[in-house]
Design a protein. Structure first.
Length: 128
């Protein structure tokens, strides 16, 4: 199966964080699964790093390179994805989460998240 990782799940996986839920870890480690990250997640990391928060200093370019080197697939943000955001119920206010949810629906792949608000979209959005 193919799974799109929400940005926080992606960061926890990339840093081998204890915060990564076991269900997510199992999906990622299963070699039968294709693990996907969105270009929007890299953009989100770059923006947050650019805000110079002392608790968030991740090199977005290096993160992307490491993900690709470790077999993750990159999903670009397409016009179809952007347009699909308009079709989403107004449940989640975060534009990055909304584009990831739209990508999951357009591409027909499960979005893996620990965000209960995002998970309330149901369907392809899976809470771990």
């Amino acid at each position: 199966m193919k799974f799109l990782l929400d940005t926080h799940i992606l960061l926890w996986a990339a840093s081998a964080s204890e915060r990564l839920p076991e269900k997510a870890r199992n999906l990622i480690e299963d070699l039968d699964n294709a693990i996907v990250f969105s270009a929007a997640s890299i953009w989100e990391v770059a923006i947050k790093t650019g805000l110079a928060r002392p608790d968030f200093a991740i090199n977005a370019r290096r993160l992307r390179e490491n993900l690709l080197e470790n077999g993750y697939e990159e999903l670009p943000v397409l016009g179809d994805h952007a347009a699909a955001v308009a079709d989403l119920p107004d449940i989640h206010k975060d534009p990055f989460d909304r584009i990831l949810i739209a990508q999951a629906f357009v591409e027909g792949i499960s979005l893996i998240t620990a965000d209960k608000t995002a998970a309330s979209y149901g369907g392809l959005v899976r809470l771990v």
